[in-house]
Design a protein around this ligand. Structure first.
Ligand code: FES
Length: 188
């Protein structure tokens, strides 16, 4: 920035020849920083839309027992190893599900987690209800919501029969983004 000759009583003459360069640099940096901020804000949005898809891609079929272990009309709890686990997960790498046999080759397998805030629900055969100990959520034997704060019925695993054994598709913890129920797949 150059200052021209100043005559008494006149305003100084300012030469702005380098002003466009400075404006260009500032504009460039504001565009770059704006782009970085927009990208940072967009990552959670992309995760929201694509997270369920990427989680489901890691799911695997897990054996949870011979079908003969599940009498028709009864609900039994089973433990299984989560296929998506790290060596240091220890017992937290295990999970559980409720299996209800509804017919000769028909099964419903419910996630143990309450659909309100995820507490493990308990099955009470005397009343034919699943009860959540945290806030009193209640579900019917078919997994449908009966009462309390849960927004929907229990999450249901996809299930299939392979060579007389029951398998479920698991890996990610079910959430409200998951479909309410997935039909049982019969292979044998
Ligand atoms: S976590 Fe089950 S009712 Fe709240």
């Amino acid at each position: 920035m150059n200052h021209g000759p100043v005559h008494p009583g006149e305003p100084p003459i300012i030469n702005n020849a380098d002003e466009p360069d400075r404006r260009g640099v500032l504009k460039f940096f504001s565009i770059v920083l704006g782009g970085i901020a927009a990208a940072a804000a967009g990552v959670p949005v992309l995760g929201y839309f694509f997270g369920p898809v990427t989680r489901m891609l890691r799911d695997k079929w897990v054996d949870i027992g011979a079908i003969d272990e599940f009498p028709t009309g009864q609900t039994r709890i089973v433990d299984f190893e989560n296929p998506v686990r790290r060596p240091w997960d220890g017992v937290s790498g295990k999970s559980a599900a409720y299996v209800r046999r509804t017919g000769p080759g028909e099964f419903k397998v419910f996630a143990i987690n309450c659909t309100h805030l995820g507490c493990p629900v308990s099955w009470f055969p005397q009343s034919g209800l699943f009860l959540c100990p945290c806030h009193g959520g209640v579900y019917y034997a078919d997994g449908e919501r009966a009462s309390g704060p849960p927004p929907r019925g229990l999450y249901e695993y996809a299930a299939r029969i392979e060579k007389g054994r029951l398998q479920i598709l698991t890996g990610h913890l079910p959430t409200l983004n998951d479909p309410p129920s997935i039909a049982t797949e019969k292979r044998a």
